[in-house]
Design a binder for this molecule. Structure first.
Ligand code: PLP
Length: 463
């Protein structure tokens, strides 16, 4: 097909924005293994999940048959406050790299929370409110999820407690202030407000906390407070569902120009943005309509897909959640300090894990943080946008792929997800610019304690 001249930025009209989410599971030839109740080791039923999660979200979590699910009007109205997000043709980056490749990125950082996480926060807050709940709890690592959820809860009038990883709360006081501005309450984790927190403080009084520990605290409060539930910003299938708006908007925009990408790249922490970006493209691939190469990028310091085991594991350090079969480093794995806080999770979306295991998600690659920041600074100077460290993992690989095209002369079309802005990560940028950023790649021996923390159940034998 003859391509039109493609503008720097493509914004859809309100009418072109998605009215339904895409449920990738309904396109998959095989489903991922079910969540297991850790006490009985039987698949989790709807009833097992209802004390922790909102009813509608549980239904979405367990839905493997509806390819499309209507987005309620109230959610679409909120989405219009900050969407559509732009699809950018990175002409300036192409020029700077002198590559024959075409590079496109979908920028999700143009809202106050600064990342794609708002796409799921709004849906989760809406369903919690509609169920008649008065409050929700959650955890936040780098702070993006807590900020997004606070905005959504402020809009729908829900109380919110955010367990924020302690080092992050200390390093990012402004994040905390934004969360509080929208009405959320921030509690640095581990805290003495929960049994899980007190237990960890007893063992490690000086710990800076971890995402897994903050999750345990938030779940404990949700299950012991009337009319309260826990909400999670990544990993779970319903979060991937909500994030499909990223990919759906991208595909509608690219279709206008007759462009199908050859490569789609996204960073992967818990996997939600990548699952959302690839959703309609992967659906087509599963239907045999394209042969796109999908690449997940993770930090070398927290390599769940590339070096983890495909095992049943807890989603939190406190070992309180249902067991999910996913690529994992073990819930006891504590990653080294890394500036991409949103990518420091021990596990990976069960959907992406299954797609990777079955070869549909073609490749997972790691990037070391100094090379990630090199890419981030290069990108900022030619494209103008200051990227989040997490997003810059995808930039790194997009640049590497574009440079490979330069060597071979191939005109590949490369699409990547630019998940957020880096405004709250300037101390990380300073560290890079001063030249004192260190890379850390765990040895096999470093990974061993995490693997030993995997639950010792029949499903995990012969890994
Ligand atoms: C949280 C976050 C990520 C990683 O989360 P996923 O669930 O893997 O998408 C990536 N980028 C940014 C900016 C984030 O805030």
């Amino acid at each position: 097909m003859q391509r039109k001249d493609i503008p720097y930025k493509t914004y859809l009209t309100e009418d072109e924005m998605p009215k339904q989410w895409l449920n990738i599971k309904a396109f998959m030839p095989e489903q991922h293994d079910p969540f297991l109740n850790p006490a009985t080791l039987k698949p989790c039923t709807r009833e097992d999940l209802l004390p922790v999660f909102c009813g509608e979200l549980v239904d979405q979590e367990l839905n493997t048959t509806d390819r499309y699910i209507d987005i309620p009007q109230e959610i679409r109205d909120f989405l219009k406050l900050y969407r559509p997000s732009p699809l950018v043709r990175a002409y300036e980056l192409e020029k700077a790299l002198d590559t024959p490749a075409e590079i496109y990125y979908k920028f999700e950082g143009n809202n106050t929370s600064g990342s794609h996480k708002l796409n799921s926060a709004v849906a989760q807050a809406y369903y919690a409110k509609r169920q008649g709940l008065s409050s929700v709890t959650t955890e936040t690592g780098a702070g993006q999820w807590g900020t997004a959820l606070s905005m959504a809860c402020g809009f729908f009038g829900l109380d919110l407690k955010v367990y924020m990883v302690k080092v992050s709360a200390q390093q990012k006081p402004h994040r905390r202030a934004v969360i509080e501005t929208y009405g959320g309450q921030v509690i640095p984790s581990p805290s003495d407000t929960t049994q899980a927190g007190r237990k960890i403080l007893e063992r490690m009084p000086d710990t800076g906390g971890s995402l897994g520990c903050a999750i345990s605290e938030a779940i404990e409060v949700a299950t012991s407070t009337p009319n309260c539930r826990y909400v999670l910003g990544s990993v779970l299938d319903h979060v991937a569902l909500h994030q499909s708006v990223i990919g759906l908007e991208t595909k509608t925009a690219l279709d206008k120009y007759g462009v199908t990408p050859d490569i789609v790249i996204g960073c992967a922490g818990g996997g939600s943005n990548l699952a959302g970006l690839i959703a309609p493209f992967m659906a087509d691939k599963l239907l045999g309509k394209n042969n796109i190469r999908f690449i997940a990028v993770e930090p070398a310091s927290c390599p769940s897909l590339t070096r983890g085991k495909y095992a049943y594991d807890f989603c939190d350090t406190g070992k309180t959640t249902p067991l999910a079969r996913m690529y994992t480093l073990g819930s006891g794995f504590i990653p080294s300090a890394n500036h991409a806080g949103g990518l420091r999770y021990h596990g990976m979306s069960p959907i992406l894990s299954k797609l990777y295991h079955d070869g549909y998600l073609d490749e997972a690659r790691t990037a070391e943080q100094s090379s990630v920041f090199e890419a981030a600074v290069f990108f900022a100077r030619c494209e103008g946008t200051l990227p989040a460290p997490e997003s810059s993992h995808a930039i790194r690989v997009a640049i590497d792929e574009a440079l490979a095209c330069k060597r071979t002369g191939e005109k590949k079309k490369i699409l990547f997800g630019l998940t957020g802005t880096g405004y709250f990560d300037m101390s990380a940028y300073s560290s890079y610019l001063r030249g004192d950023m260190r890379d850390y790649v765990p040895t096999d021996a470093d990974l061993q304690p995490g693997f030993e923390s995997l639950p010792d159940i029949p499903h995990n034998r012969n890994l």
